[in-house]
Design a protein around this ligand. Structure first.
Ligand SMILES: *[C@@H]1O[C@H](CO)[C@@H](O)[C@H](O)[C@H]1NC(C)=O
Ligand SMILES: *[C@@H]1O[C@H](CO)[C@@H](O)[C@H](O)[C@H]1NC(C)=O
Length: 198
């Protein structure tokens, strides 16, 4: 148990402490890639809405979510694939930044979380109009390929009430989504800066 509890702060520290990820906002716009300022803004809103949802105790009744472990999406390799050039942050030194593969991993993350969240009971509409809405906007505008046909636009299970296990799982997954979205925000900032093409 102790080990599990410590995962969250350690991960956040890793995510937040990599200096190369801090990209100056004052750099001139020179991005010719697929990421725009509006994508950066969508990613920021999504992060704010996830962070907001994590404070909604009604989503996690019977559970102290801040005490739970973080459950990351292990089907993608976004942190390593999207690590900046010459970065040793993730323990992997890369000389090239593979933009295509990075965007593909992020798209798969978004798809994964959308699919999970849309299936969650949400009787008080604490996810639908916030996290799901901003996630969908982000996908439509910046990762259209991630919106495949198996994603419905409506949160089908919205009316049901959640079980304890569902709430526990939602808490852990949402914390993982928060960590991943911090990474995605940084990656987009990095791409917009044009640093990756130098
Ligand atoms: C979602 O984030 C946006 C941008 O910060 C904010 O305007 C909106 O109120 C948020 N929605 C909720 C319900 O937190
Ligand atoms: C949840 O746990 C945190 C950290 O241990 C604690 O600070 C907070 O007071 C707890 N919240 C509730 C509602 O028990």
């Amino acid at each position: 148990m102790t080990m599990k509890k410590n995962v969250a702060p350690a991960l956040l520290l890793l995510v937040l402490s990599c200096p190369l990820w801090q990209v100056s906002k004052s750099l001139p716009m020179m991005s010719r890639g697929p990421m725009t300022d509006s994508c950066a803004s969508h990613a920021r809103t999504l992060l704010q809405n996830i962070t907001g949802a994590l404070t909604q105790n009604n989503l996690f009744s019977g559970i102290n979510c801040s005490k739970q472990s973080v459950e990351l999406n292990l089907e993608t390799n976004t942190p390593s694939v999207c690590a900046p050039k010459e970065s040793t942050c993730t323990g992997i030194k890369k000389s090239e930044f593979d933009e295509k593969s990075c965007l593909k991993n992020i798209g798969e993350d978004l798809h994964h979380y959308y699919k999970f969240l849309v299936a969650q009971p949400d009787p008080d509409s604490l996810l639908g109009p916030t996290v799901l809405f901003s996630l969908r906007e982000f996908m439509e505008n910046c990762f259209p390929q991630s919106l495949s046909a198996d994603l419905t636009s409506k949160w089908a299970a919205a009316d049901g009430t959640s079980t304890y296990d569902e709430r526990l799982s939602l808490c852990k997954v949402l914390k993982g989504f928060q960590v991943r979205t911090i990474t995605i925000n940084r990656v987009i900032g990095y791409m917009i800066s044009g640093e990756h093409t130098k």
